[in-house]
Design a protein around this ligand. Structure first.
Ligand code: SF4
Length: 331
């Protein structure tokens, strides 16, 4: 494959074809340096050498009635995780301040569950209002399925962006979840867009899907015109139906990231959950296609610290896209 030509076409706005996407994912390892170089060319056109850090807060953990097969927070999973109801608005504000102090551009409040209850939405809204008035940080929320009314309430509270991942293709969705549908997820993304919020929606690779499934979901996200795409890699947890599934190799993960960069040339591509255990020593190379990282861990698992991430970014000759650090809070 001519990756230089693919990069040029991506930059011109061409949508990479299904067969081309599958061929890219099946390319031999020897093709990887050229693929990464071409993906970097596309990344650099919009994002230069900048890397943004995002921090997640698992503001409500476990006890979810849904049956997403990869998720340790489902009540069907017997995983050994902490389970707790919604944290208070004050705790969310403290976490946002600490995220900012560690160099994060964006702070994302995540709750487990099919959707958000009215009283939970009130508490999250109260937290967001306080964060936006006290902390110079972008705020994202990931609160499960949302209708237009709830999305508007978040917009009114000052939320910048809402995350709701498609996770996999329409065709494969029923294999990983039976309690809600792919269409439910698409409807949430559209409600968020209709409310005037920025959208984040990503994928989880490594659940037994085919190359074609990954290409299909990349194309679906392109059609939806989302602003940000977290590319997660399965870190299979004991006690979940996907326990023991370890199909990903570091170089395959890099090809997945390149696919998303070519498919979504101007979209934020975040090297997301499971990057440490799946990319392993090849993690720095993920910065060629990807332009952002989660730091300080994920919802129920740990991850690379801010200091380690900063060192990795600097070693690669990239720049951390930091907002000014606040004076310590003495109140
Ligand atoms: S809806 Fe969210 S919290 Fe619940 S099982 Fe699915 S991914 Fe996990």
């Amino acid at each position: 494959m001519d990756y230089g030509h693919m990069a040029a076409r991506a930059l011109e706005g061409d949508l990479i074809g299904i067969d081309e996407g599958v061929e890219l994912l099946q390319a031999p390892m020897d093709a990887l340096p050229m693929m990464l170089e071409a993906a970097f060319r596309v990344r650099r056109a919009t994002f230069g050498r900048r890397v943004q850090f995002h921090v997640l807060m698992n503001a409500k953990s476990g006890l979810c009635p849904e049956d997403c097969g990869y998720c340790s927070q489902s009540s069907m999973a017997s995983s050994d995780i902490e389970r707790y109801p919604l944290r208070s608005a004050e705790e969310m504000v403290r976490a946002a301040r600490s995220a900012h102090e560690s160099g994060a551009h964006r702070f994302c409040v995540v709750i487990s569950g099919r959707g958000v209850a009215d009283d939970e939405l009130e508490e999250v809204s109260r937290a967001v209002q306080a964060i936006k008035s006290e902390v110079p940080i972008e705020v994202c929320c990931s609160l499960g399925l949302l209708d237009l009314g709830k999305a508007r309430q978040l917009k009114q509270a000052g939320v910048d962006r809402v995350n709701h991942n498609l996770n996999t293709s329409a065709a494969y969705y029923t294999t990983i979840c039976s309690t809600h549908t792919y269409a439910d997820r698409v409807a949430t993304v559209k409600a968020v867009q209709q409310a005037g919020l920025s959208t984040c929606s990503g994928v989880l690779a490594g659940m037994g899907e085919s190359d074609r499934d990954l290409v299909d979901v990349a194309r679906a996200l392109r059609v939806l015109q989302v602003d940000s795409v977290p590319v997660n890699f399965l870190n299979s947890m004991s006690g979940t139906p996907l326990e023991g599934m370890r199909s990903l190799t570091p170089w395959y993960c890099l090809k997945v990231l390149c696919l998303f960069r070519f498919m979504l040339p101007k979209t934020e591509i975040r090297v997301a959950g499971g990057r440490e255990v799946n990319l392993r020593s090849l993690q720095p190379l993920a910065l060629y296609p990807g332009n952002s990282l989660f730091i300080n861990g994920y919802l129920t698992t740990g991850g690379q610290s801010a200091d380690e991430a900063i060192a990795m970014v600097k070693d690669m000759g990239f720049d951390v896209d930091m907002l000014p650090v606040l004076a310590p809070n003495t109140t």
